[in-house]
Design a protein around this ligand. Structure first.
Ligand code: E4P
Length: 217
């Protein structure tokens, strides 16, 4: 399973990247706005740091402008994946940009039918949003499972990039289902290391280290 980091926070990406935890990065307009940085500048910086795909999202809603923006974003670096929304115009842009040899991430996917269309339009990645479905009492993980079945039924090679991940449990469940990639905020990825029994066990060891005066260095 590949790990993408869902942020435009460069120091946070660097920390995980140094540990070998970063196979790619996803950004979106909200994350760029949160960074307070210029989209082209921050995206260039991330692309130089990370060798895997870096998703950068278009801002237009019509296909022609999305294609023009996508071509400009793709010039930033070889590892750019142009991110387009799952609208009819977004699918047109996906078809054109992927036919030109660019990686394309089709985002804001909330149904199996949308995922089928993205695969047929040549998407490199499809981004189903788990958390936002859960937010409205639908089942985000079920959507990942259903897309996995359908893509495998027909041998679609579009990669399932599970997005809108809110908890470490989402990541474990995506791994069991067979999502190709997860993208999660740095804090969620780091929280995968936490376990109450690890903390409890370490506390007990530290007490014994102190009482026995155990020293290594
Ligand atoms: C990633 O590509 C998505 O933009 C992101 O995961 C959305 O997450 P959110 O629903 O927590 O904003």
């Amino acid at each position: 399973m590949k790990f993408f980091v869902d942020t435009a926070d460069v120091p946070a990406i660097a920390e995980l990247n140094d540990l070998g935890m970063v196979d790619g990065v996803t950004t979106n307009p909200s994350l760029i706005a949160k960074s307070g940085r210029d989209i082209l500048e921050v995206t260039r910086e991330i692309c130089a740091m990370v060798s895997g795909p870096v998703s950068a999202e278009v801002t237009a809603t019509d296909a022609d402008t999305m294609i023009a923006e996508g071509r400009k974003l793709a010039k930033i670096a070889d590892n750019i994946a142009v991110k387009v929304p799952l609208t009819w115009d977004g699918l047109k842009a996906c078809k054109t940009l992927s036919s030109e040899g660019n990686m394309v991430n089709v985002t804001l996917c909330f149904s199996v039918n949308q995922a089928i269309l993205a695969a047929k339009a040549g998407a490199t990645f499809i981004s189903p949003f788990i958390g936002r479905l859960d937010d409205i009492n639908l089942d985000g993980l079920q959507l990942i499972e259903d897309i996995r079945v359908v893509y495998d039924n027909y041998g679609f090679d579009t990669q399932i990039l599970a997005a809108s991940i809110r908890t470490a449990n989402h990541i474990a469940d995506c791994a069991k289902i067979g999502a190709d990639v997860i993208t999660a905020p740095p804090a969620v990825i780091k929280s995968m290391a936490s376990h109450v029994l690890t903390d409890k066990g370490l506390d007990a060891f530290l007490k014994d280290i102190a009482s026995a005066g155990i020293k290594i260095l």
